[in-house]
Design a protein around this ligand. Structure first.
Ligand code: AMP
Ligand code: MG
Length: 426
């Protein structure tokens, strides 16, 4: 006997686990592309990046000052002969080993001269009047050290960031500016990355018309496809706009079959219980297996997820905010996973609630909100709902910079409560 819709309904956490388990169990192995380092931002690394040498490659000074033997400055003040200079790009050329009563002037970024083991900051030294040089005609420089240092003070030890051969970025990591800088430092001019998954985007609805069309008074423009395409790109996928499916079984079936040429199919609209909501029926007719039909979340309750002809699909509810939220929560980690990255669970941050909120019971609720810095209260993060009119309100969504997350048991949230927030593009 068919179960009633509410019996099939998964909690948010169960639904996320269902998506993760099914997508990871498919063991998708994306193709590998080799790209120049300048073109890999946002791409997923296909092989570990490994250090070509120690980092830092030498004991590096972090200060301008004087390189000394720490043991010789245990008691201060003490005055040394300045026997040379070490600067970034030009190491000290002399031989310090075995000499005592000497210091080498050193600049930030320079290699520590052999025989020295610490740097005294220039602020803790004083040049003293030069005496006659021992050998030549140049007067010797002398410096007074005013403060002791311990061995390796103001020095980053060779190999302390990573040793030669060490993994610095793991396969599967998405490459951002930090990883790109690191890749450059180890000489990875060409980088192996995974091919991006192709994602078919298929909005449905007889009332939906193209963005460049003039809608009749009862029609609305296809905002979902554009927002979804932008989200798919931001998630690491390649969006393919597949037109607009009318609310007819035949046309919908044809367009769904076209969309199955991609790695993933994302539909919007037509998945609820309305008389013209044909998406589930048409997918079933094509042999679809459903893993999720309904999730206890708001917005986005009618969400469906499954597989048809070896392709995963998500059928997202058509209301623009529902579509946006369900893509962020479920489709985004799925795209990451299909593209060789880890399944990225949403991570909540905490903020103090501004005005009271009464979310519905039994649902995980994602409400468009803005988090700001409360200058009146220790600069704590404070979150407030944006004015919005429910899940069709794109104006409210655009105003938001996060979602205030209320868990099923949290039905009465008061001002000052620490609450969960999910940044809009986490
Ligand atoms: P549905 O899920 O098909 O019942 O649609 C729910 C609401 O979302 C309706 O008010 C639709 O007009 C609206 N909607 C559906 N598809 C789109 C779309 N592609 N762009 C903007 N709004 C849409
Ligand atoms: Mg519809």
């Amino acid at each position: 006997m068919a179960r009633s819709p509410d019996e099939q309904m998964l909690t948010f956490e169960q639904a996320l686990t269902t998506v993760r388990e099914n997508i990871t169990a498919a063991h998708v192995a994306p193709a590998v592309e080799i790209l120049p380092l300048g073109s890999v931002r946002g791409r997923v690394l296909a092989e570990d990046l490994v250090a070509d040498r120690d980092y830092p490659p030498f004991h590096r000074s972090t200060r301008d000052g004087f390189a000394v033997r720490a043991a010789e400055v245990a008691k201060t003040p003490v005055t040394f002969n300045v026997v040379g200079l070490a600067r970034a790009g030009e190491p000290y050329a002399g031989n310090f080993a075995g000499r005592s009563g000497c210091a080498v002037e050193i600049m930030t970024g320079a290699p520590l001269p052999d025989g020295t083991d610490a740097v005294v900051m220039i602020e803790h030294t004083r040049e003293v009047a030069s005496g006659p040089s021992s050998g030549g005609s140049n007067p010797a420089r002398r410096v007074e050290i005013l403060k002791s240092v311990r061995s390796l003070d103001n020095v980053v030890r060779q190999g302390s960031e990573t040793a030669a051969g060490g993994r610095v970025v793991p396969r599967g990591r998405r490459l951002g500016p930090g990883e790109i800088g690191l890749a450059a430092s180890i000489g990875s001019a060409q980088v192996p990355v995974f091919a991006r998954p192709h994602v078919a985007i298929l909005p449905t609805g007889d009332e939906v018309v193209g963005v460049d069309e003039k809608p009749a008074w009862f029609e609305i423009r296809n905002s979902n496809a554009m927002a979804l395409a932008a989200q798919v790109e931001a998630s690491g996928g390649v969006p393919h706009l597949c037109g607009i499916a009318p609310d007819s079984r035949e046309a919908l079936g044809r367009l769904i079959e076209n969309g199955l040429a991609c790695d993933l199919l994302v539909l919007s609209g037509g998945i609820s219980v309305g008389k013209y909501d044909f998406v589930a029926e048409v997918l079933t007719g094509l042999g679809a297996e459903f893993f999720i039909q309904g999730v206890a979340i708001r917005p986005g309750k009618p969400l469906a997820f499954g597989r048809v002809r070896e392709r995963f699909f998500f059928a997202l509810p058509g209301n623009p905010v529902s579509t946006f939220v369900t893509l962020e929560l479920f489709v985004r980690p799925a795209i990451a996973c299909l593209g060789g990255a880890a399944f990225e669970q949403p991570v909540y941050l905490k903020a103090r609630l501004g005005a009271p909120v009464r979310p519905p019971t039994g649902l995980t609720t994602f409400m468009p909100a803005r988090v700001t810095r409360d200058e009146a209260c220790s600069n704590e993060p404070v979150v407030n709902l944006v004015g919005w009119q429910g899940s069709g309100d794109l104006v409210g969504l655009a105003e938001a910079n996060c979602f205030l997350v209320a868990h099923p048991h949290q039905t009465d949230l008061g001002p000052g409560d620490w609450v969960d927030v999910l940044p809009k593009n986490w």
